[in-house]
Design a protein around this ligand. Structure first.
Ligand SMILES: [Zn+2]
Length: 97
């Protein structure tokens, strides 16, 4: 996976990472309704993860429309609350995409 420099305003996974998985980007609670561009400027916690499609499929099994959207877009924003519920590792800030 290529190492990347953090660019505020550009939080989408690069092409090579998008082939590996889907980017999960953590935003502050209450900020998950915003676009990724807006979140990149205002709501990021700094935590993000690259996960396999199969994990996303599992997480969003009850929402096929959103699932299809996320798989196409290759990125999803979740709140701190959700990442805690999912048990995503906080130390994953070193995992770039
Ligand atoms: Zn990448």
């Amino acid at each position: 996976m290529p190492k990347e420099v953090w660019l505020p305003g550009d939080i989408d996974p690069c092409d090579s990472c998008a082939k590996i998985g889907v980017g999960i980007v953590e935003v502050m609670d209450g900020m998950d309704g915003m676009s990724s561009k807006q979140a990149a400027h205002e709501g990021l916690t700094g935590n993000r993860w690259l996960v396999k499609d199969s994990m996303i499929e599992q997480l969003m099994a009850d929402n096929p429309k959103k699932l299809a959207e996320v798989l196409k877009r290759r990125i999803v924003l979740i709140t701190e609350q959700t990442s805690k519920e999912l048990g995503l590792p906080i130390a994953a800030t070193t995992q770039t995409f």
